[in-house]
Design a protein around this ligand. Structure first.
Ligand code: FMN
Length: 199
């Protein structure tokens, strides 16, 4: 893969730690040239609840634990940002975690925010779109919207962590989940656990 350009969004579903670990892995990955990051307005509430991060100032730096070198943040209201255009080069988009509200907006093609516009463009350009959905249990509307999005070309990549690697804490579990997501888009991570059945 040539130097990758990716879009990452965090929405207001539970699992902010998964998004944080994904951003950290991308920031450390030399194969990645640029990450465009968007946090939905409602994700800020969940980031505060789950990671103790308050306010939108320096959000990226707080998530990464350092100044970003290649990740740039856009406001979800900035529907004119480059990632909302199909002519902007991109290797795909990951929404982690993806709320049922954002899933619904994408499935219905609303394109009424930067996140849902960028997802809409990703689908029309036939680029990878990973929707890391998180809710439990799912109602029929959620299930139907997942089917609609999958039929339009999205990959439904639910926030279901692995247990066979015996993670000892939530950070390790989140890291492994981020590794699975990145392997799926062609960026296998060094140190990722790979299941090897006994021979
Ligand atoms: C602490 C917390 C956890 C939430 N967890 C979920 C969740 O797992 N899945 C979900 O679809 N919505 C969840 N919600 C509700 C969403 O934040 C809400 O539907 C919001 O409107 C989604 O907006 P967004 O998609 O623009 O981020 C949660 C809300 C809070 C405050």
């Amino acid at each position: 893969m040539e130097a990758a350009h990716l879009t990452v969004a965090i929405t207001g579903a539970s699992g902010a730690i998964l998004g944080r670990e994904l951003l950290r892995a991308l920031e450390a990955d030399e194969r990645v040239a640029r990450v465009h990051f968007v946090a939905s307005e409602n994700s800020l509430r969940v980031l505060a609840e789950e990671l103790g991060l308050s306010g939108r100032n320096d959000l990226l730096e707080k998530l990464l634990g350092a100044k970003p070198a290649k990740t740039v943040q856009h406001a979800d209201a900035d529907i004119g940002a480059a990632i909302a255009s199909g002519s902007h080069p991109s290797n795909g988009m990951i929404i982690l975690p993806c709320s049922m509200g954002t899933l619904a907006a994408i499935a219905l093609g609303l394109a009424n925010s930067l996140i849902t516009s960028a997802a809409d463009v990703t689908l029309k350009e036939r680029r990878p779109l990973l929707l890391c959905v998180r809710e439990t249990p799912f109602n029929l509307i959620h299930l139907r919207n997942m089917t609609l999005a999958a039929e339009a070309g999205a990959t439904i990549f639910p926030c279901i962590p692995a247990f066979y690697n015996h993670p000892t804490d939530s950070v390790e579990m989140a890291r492994q989940f981020a590794c699975r997501v990145l392997a799926h888009i062609g960026l296998p991570q060094p140190g990722a656990y790979v299941w090897k059945p006994e021979e």
